[in-house]
Design a protein around this ligand. Structure first.
Ligand SMILES: Cc1cc2nc3c(=O)[nH]c(=O)nc-3n(C[C@H](O)[C@H](O)[C@H](O)COP(=O)(O)OP(=O)(O)OC[C@H]3O[C@@H](n4cnc5c(N)ncnc54)[C@H](O)[C@@H]3O)c2cc1C
Length: 445
């Protein structure tokens, strides 16, 4: 069977839905094929924190920032100057799609002034006021897609390949009810995320993460990489990924990544500090945890930090799961979490935490909260090479006509390793490229 539309989008996460909405707004008919909303997308399990600079929420809070400053921060963290044009393009559009989400789609946003992250020179993570995570964002986008009669959202229908003629992509093949359907279009947007759920590809490209706890969704199996590379597409930074050193082993949940920046203490099982708590983002911290005995560390905080830390769905989830506990004193903490008692007592006695939000320094006081930590892999950041419009590139720099990629399917902006990931890079890429590609398709055939 063959069907004709203007634009085919493969993947119904943030990148795919934003691309579809923007293209449809320009009058294009869009068929969006989603493998399985039941198994979900990484956008919905994410914290939903959106990094953007020069926004009206920052201005209202008196925070001076600009897309250029954000781009400089991101490139400084990744150390990869080659990504600068894409980073700058993404930072430039972020304030506009935050306005669109808030004003047109009804996804109320605010600045997370207390959401401090490594490498972010000023507060620039935006969130819904309830801090309910990425599910709220996905619900907003799905409702907008459902309300647009130019978009057909076809669930349970995976893309299985690309259609092409003379090197130009002119549609995609999908599998519907076990039957192949060829869908012809003038453009195909690959938005089916990366390959973190594909154990073979992870072993091939990211061997250091093979033993990590996987914290993403099962649908990110890298399906589109093979289809595009068969047509000559180049890939880049396949070794790059979003890791987390904030994963609680045995619970497959994480603790609030703000805690180290608010004055919490990180120790190894030997009871000693192994890192400056402010020195690493959560992805970079995971690279340090991988070098520790048993890949384990322990995060310790107290009641003063606990209330603010619960202002996040991630932390509330961890609380419901029982992933962290309160201990009356250091001895009971050490006994429960397998930490060497004497060195820990000495560490605690000399530790003075620094809270970046309040600008205060203080020791921790009993009772203590604590969680064991290990390293996790959340999502990959390498993928198909693209230009600043999301067009998929060959190794010689030419683009494949009719083929676009955004979000986890395309090369990210975090450089070649997990150390270079700045908080918010994932959704900046997914929403930003969805926006750029969709707006481009709305006006170009
Ligand atoms: C636990 C976690 C927390 C995170 N927190 C943050 C955060 O707070 N801020 C941030 O910026 N980033 C965060 N990230 C990263 C961010 O979630 C991702 O970078 C982003 O969601 C990727 O968006 P996407 O649209 O590319 O992919 P997704 O949102 O994963 O959507 C891809 C969709 O494609 C579908 N699909 C896959 N294969 C096919 C196929 N063959 N055919 C059809 N459909 C297919 C999938 O089912 C899925 O619905 C987090 C990631 C994780 C895992």
């Amino acid at each position: 069977m063959t069907v004709d539309v203007d634009v085919v989008v493969i993947g119904g996460g943030a990148a795919g839905m934003v691309a579809a909405l923007r293209a449809a707004r320009g009058g294009q008919t869009v068929a969006l094929f989603e493998k399985s909303t039941q198994h979900g997308c990484n956008t919905q399990v994410s914290s939903g924190s959106l990094a953007a600079a020069g926004t009206r929420w920052q201005r209202a809070a008196g925070v001076e920032d600009s897309p250029q400053q954000q781009a400089d921060d991101i490139v400084r963290e990744s150390g990869d100057e080659s990504t600068r044009p894409l980073v700058e393009a993404l930072c430039a559009v972020a304030p506009a799609y935050l306005d669109w989400l808030n004003d047109e789609l009804g996804h109320t946003l605010e600045l997370g002034g207390d959401m401090r992250r490594h490498g972010m020179s000023v507060p620039r993570l935006h969130t819904d006021p309830a801090r309910s995570g990425g599910l709220a964002l996905v619900r907003t986008l799905r409702a907008a897609v459902a309300a647009d009669d130019r978009i057909a959202f076809v669930d349970g229908t995976p893309g299985i390949g690309l259609l092409s003629v003379d090197g130009r992509v002119d549609g995609a093949a999908v599998l519907q009810n076990g039957e192949r359907v060829d869908v012809r279009s003038h453009a195909v947007v690959l938005a089916c995320d990366g390959f973190a759920a594909n154990a073979d590809l992870v072993a091939q490209h990211i061997p250091e993460a093979v033993d990590d706890v996987f914290q993403g969704v099962s649908t990110s199996t890298g399906d589109a990489l093979g289809w595009a590379t068969e047509l000559g597409a180049a890939t880049r930074c396949m070794t790059s990924f979003l890791g987390s050193g904030m994963v609680v082993p045995g619970y497959a949940t994480r603790v609030n990544p703000s805690l180290p920046f608010r004055g919490a203490l990180l120790v190894g099982l030997d009871g000693r500090r192994f890192v400056d708590e402010h020195e690493h983002g959560y992805s970079s911290l995971a690279t340090v945890l991988r070098t520790l005995h048993g890949r384990r560390a322990v995060l310790v905080w107290d009641d003063v930090l606990h209330g603010p830390a619960l202002q996040s769905e991630l932390m509330r989830e961890s609380e419901r799961a029982g992933a962290f506990r309160q201990f009356a004193d250091a001895a009971s903490l050490c006994a429960a979490l397998g930490v060497e008692q004497d060195p820990f007592a000495a560490t605690l006695a000399s530790f003075v935490g620094w809270d970046e939000v309040t600008g205060t320094r203080r020791p921790l006081s009993a009772p203590y909260w604590a969680a064991p930590l290990t390293s996790g892999i959340l999502a990959t950041q390498g993928g198909l090479d693209i230009d600043t419009t999301g067009r998929v590139l060959r190794a010689d720099g030419s683009w494949i006509d009719g083929l676009y990629a955004g979000g986890g399917t395309a090369v990210g902006i975090s450089g070649p390793s997990s150390r270079g990931y700045s908080s918010g890079n994932g959704l900046l890429h997914a929403l930003g490229l969805g926006w750029i590609i969709g707006n481009h398709l709305a006006t170009h055939r």
